[in-house]
Design a protein around this ligand. Structure first.
Ligand code: C5P
Length: 129
């Protein structure tokens, strides 16, 4: 089965984290997630994160501090390996280019949202940091 390596950012500001809602065209439409996406060939996870956050949120010069955890989820025809990194600073105003919505929530509040399944263990790991 195909393994897809994906990276996501747990962006932190004033004790809150950012979650974004996937758009109707995507798989997991309407689910909330940490922004990110597939790691391309010859990219490190952090390079992929830099590219994805610029593409999805229009921000750059991100400051990545810690690796949080990796979760593995089996989908019908592929396995998603999703790794999360903590991002504590960036430049630019957030503008959504792929998602329909975003919000800043406390980690506890995030649990009230319909999160993508692979993101839930990452949130729990973040809460332990
Ligand atoms: O964002 P993109 O579609 O490139 O991500 C690839 C796959 O990784 C998605 O189809 C989704 O299943 C999964 N994903 C996820 N949680 C994230 C980001 C992506 O489950 N935070």
């Amino acid at each position: 089965m195909k393994i897809i390596n994906v990276v996501a950012a747990i962006m932190q500001q004033h004790q809150r984290i950012l979650i974004a809602q996937r758009d109707r065209q995507s798989d997991l439409a309407g689910y909330w997630e940490f922004p990110g996406g597939k790691i391309e060939q010859n990219e490190t996870p952090v390079q992929a994160l830099v590219r994805e956050l610029e593409e999805e949120l229009n921000i750059n010069h991100i400051q990545v501090t810690d690796y949080i955890a990796t979760s593995t989820i089996q989908q019908p025809e592929r396995i998603i390996q999703l790794q999360a990194w903590k991002v504590v600073a960036w430049q630019g105003e957030i503008q959504l280019r792929c998602h329909t919505n975003f919000c800043w929530v406390t980690p506890d509040e995030a649990l009230n949202y319909q999160l993508a399944p692979a993101d839930i263990p990452l949130l729990l790991a973040y809460q332990q940091t």
